[in-house]
Structure formats: C-alpha cells, structure tokens
Design a protein around this ligand. Structure first.
Ligand SMILES: COc1cc(COC(=O)c2cn[nH]c2)cc(-c2cccnc2)c1
Length: 242
C-alpha cells in the first residue's frame, strides 16, 4: 500500500517511519510519502489560508494551493487513490472503515488546518476519485495530522505481515462488535488481587463463556450503542442476560 500525506507540518508525521510502521515500511508492505503543502505556494509568505467568505472566525485553506498539490501528488504514482480528509465534520472512522481502507492500493491524506479546506477541493476531486471526509472522534483538533497517525496505524495493523501475530488483528475487539473484556497475565496474585479462577482452570469452554460475559457486561456498561447495533443473530440465548 502506498500512503501519501499532504500537510504544512510534514515533521509531525515522522512517527509514521518508526516502530510498527517502520518495520512495515522496511518490509515494503507500506510506502509512506510526505509532502509539504507549502511547496505549491508561489508567494514569498507561502500563504495557504485566507479569510472565509461570509465572514466568521478563523481562516480557510485556499483551493488553488490544494489543487496544485493534490494534482501533483496524485500524478506521482500510477495507483488510483482514495482521498481521505480527516475533519470533525466527517463520517465516523470505525474499525469497519479501517478494514475497508486496508484493501486500498493507495491512500492520499489531506491534512486540514485552520477552520478547514475550501469545500470546492473535496467537491472537485470527488468527481474523479473516492473522497472521504472522516472523523476520528467528536472533538476538534488543530489539524488533521494527529488523525492521520491514528487512521494509518488502525489500517496498517490489518495488513498481512505488519503485525507479528496475525490472529490478534482478526480477534480484535470491535471485530465481533463488542468491547474487549479484561486481560490478565502473571503473577497469579498482584497487590492482593488474584487472577479470576476460571482463567486458570484449563476449562476452555468455561473460559470462552466467561470472556464473552465480561465483554458483553463491559459493552453494556460503557457502549450500549454498540450492543444496540449488534445484529440480532450475534447474540445467543446465553447472551440475553445483558
Ligand atoms: C479539514 O477540515 C478540518 C480538519 C480539522 C482537523 O481534524 C479534526 O479536528 C478531527 C478529525 N477527526 N476528529 C476531529 C479541524 C478542522 C476545524 C478546526 C477548527 C474549527 N473547525 C474545524 C477542520
């Protein structure tokens, strides 16, 4: 997979070359290219923003600069891109989105700053490519860069060969629509707290039931919206207690 990121702070994306993603990049599984949006300005101040039409607070990112940048970046590789614009007004980015993006040959991220990017940029490219405005959560960041780090990590870990243990991505929380239950490791007792007996019983049926019960309990308590969204056939008779 090729990933391009257009941003006025390319240094912010340096972590994409570290750790998990570093290995994936070294293995050739992911190719990351960073592009400084200001490279496509032509004025001495390298201006990327301007006052909003209609007035109001803050500034809006100029369409001309983004148009020249995205034209150049898209043309720099033959693989057809999906454009991704992290924004508070975007559709929710979920594990399902991550799974869909993991099947893409190429993702081009446009990192907005200020109050956002002139809408005509998304409208223009939407006529040629899939363009997603996605939100990683209901809060406002200063720029899209942190969201790109989140999205790329959630997607990259799903690519075959990126994670040491492929089973863990397949058995993610959210993969069965529930939150992950509690996890334990040695020692058996820590600061007076013992590991739940069932986990040391070797009774795999009981362990599976206990884990599902804990996941249902936690989901019901913390994210009842996820429980309500579960398709009927995903809950069996033993689950009805939640
Ligand atoms: C592309 O347009 C954007 C992008 C961003 C950065 O992304 C996020 O904040 C985000 C992404 N998922 N959840 C939050 C922020 C603004 C913005 C800033 C101030 C006031 N209003 C809007 C606009």
């Amino acid at each position: 997979m090729r990933i391009d990121v257009v941003t006025i702070f390319p240094g912010y994306l340096a972590p994409l070359r570290e750790s998990l993603l570093g290995r994936a990049a070294d293995a050739g599984l992911i190719e990351v290219a960073l592009h400084d949006l200001r490279s496509w300005t032509h004025d001495v101040h390298q201006t990327v923003d301007d006052a909003p039409y209609g007035g109001g607070p803050g500034m809006v990112m100029r369409p001309q600069v983004w148009g020249e940048a995205l034209d150049a970046v898209i043309a720099s590789d033959s693989r057809p891109p999906r454009l991704v614009v992290p924004a508070p007004a975007g559709r929710s980015f979920t594990q399902a989105t991550a799974r869909a993006y993991a099947t893409e040959q190429r993702l081009v991220f446009a990192c907005g700053r200020y109050e956002g990017i002139d809408q005509r940029v998304v409208d223009h490219y939407s006529r040629q490519f899939p363009v997603d405005e996605v939100s990683i959560g209901d809060y406002v960041l200063v720029g899209g860069e942190a969201a790109v780090l989140v999205i790329v990590e959630a997607v990259a870990r799903l690519l075959p060969g990126v994670l040491g243990n492929p089973r863990s991505a397949a058995e993610d929380s959210f993969s069965d629509g529930l939150l992950e239950g509690p996890a334990y490791t040695r020692p058996e007792v820590w600061r007076g707290q013992a590991v739940p007996e069932v986990l040391r019983s070797g009774n795999h049926g009981a362990i599976a039931r206990w884990r599902r019960d804990r996941a249902l309990e936690r989901t019901a308590k913390r994210r009842p919206d996820l429980l309500a969204a579960l398709p009927e056939d995903r809950l069996d008779a033993a689950d009805q207690a939640f």
